[in-house]
Each structure stands twice: as C-alpha cells, then as structure tokens.
Design a protein around this ligand. Sequence first.
Ligand SMILES: O=C(O)CCC(=O)C(=O)O
Ligand SMILES: [Fe+2]
Length: 203
Amino acid sequence: MKLFDEPFDPNKNLLPYDGQVQYHGRIFNDEQSSYFYNNLLNKIEWEHDKAIIFGKEIITKRKVAWYAQKPFSYTYSKVTKYATPWTAALQRIKEEVERKSGETYNSCLLNLYHSGEEGMAWHSDGEKDLKKNGAIASVSFGAERKFTFKHKDSKEKVEVWLENGSLLVMKGTTQNHWLHRLPPTKKIFSPRVNLTFRTIVDQ
Ligand SMILES: O=C(O)CCC(=O)C(=O)O
Ligand SMILES: [Fe+2]
C-alpha cells in the first residue's frame, strides 16, 4: 500500500531481518529535482550497458554511466568500466546524500530508464570492487517507480515506491541476504534517472 500522507521515518528499517534499508522520502524539492533531472539527462555521458549473461553479450535498452573521484575501474556482469570525474551537479547531490545518510561515497553508477518498459532484473550489489557491507545510497529523479527486495532464502518480499527527488539507503548485510529489482511496468511512460552512490575499494 502506498501511504501519501505519512512522513517517512529515515530511522525505520524497511527490512524485517538480515539487513538495513532506510527510505528518507524526498530530500530534494520539485524545483531542485527538475533542475537535477534535466541536468543529468543532458550532461551525463549516457551509454547503453553491455553485460555478459550465460556467456552471451547483451546490450540493454536502459543507459548507464559511471562517475567517481578517480578513474577507478569497476567490473560487474564480466564487463570492466572506467569512471569519469564528477560533474558539478553530481558533486552537489553527493554532498547532500552524505549529509542525509551520515556516510561517505567515492563513486556513482547512474541508470537512465526511458520508460516503464525498462527495468533492472533481480541482483544484489556485492561486487568485489565494492567496500564490504558499505552503504549504497540510491537517489531517484523523474518517474516514480516501484522497487522490490526479495530475501535469498525465505523469498520474503518488501516493496517501496521511489519518488522524484528521493533517497533510499541500503546498508549492513543487505546485499548478502537480499536481492533487489526495478520491475518493468506498462503503466509508466516517462523517464527516470537513478543514481547509486557507492564506495569502491582503492586499487
Ligand atoms: O534504478 C534503481 O532504482 C536500481 C538500480 C540498481 O539497483 C543498481 O544500479 O544497482
Ligand atoms: Fe542494485
């Protein structure tokens, strides 16, 4: 159920066990959100994502980009990428996210979903380049989309709607025990930009 009237308590854990997920609701107002949304759509070097799945190279409809404070390399789904230096807007968003979440981050993976038909399949973000049990902060701009967690053993599910300008923080052992996905939907026609701030271990 979607609760419109209740303020979100960022200290509340959305997960019942085996991890910690905090939804801060909207941390950017309408004006800030539309500024960042347009800036990111226009200024980020978006590319289609390539992945190797069951030995086959696939190219996703969604676009991705990877930014960081240093040209870190990062490998996931068997593809290695090199980070682009922060833009001014990304740096401003990162500062606010660090203030709100009380954690620091040194890189950001960005995803552009052109419409509801694009999503992201079940996965967890526990790649070896990432700091073990480091916090991952997810910021969303544009279309509001549902985001789902599924426990790896019990299969219990938890859903949250990610609003325009919102912040969701995943921490502790979340990535070890829970998968997450952005389900595709035929009901949403407008784009969404998602930023996940992460900590890469220094190479
Ligand atoms: O778009 C989203 O909300 C999720 C993105 C995500 O899970 C990821 O980049 O690892
Ligand atoms: Fe993820």
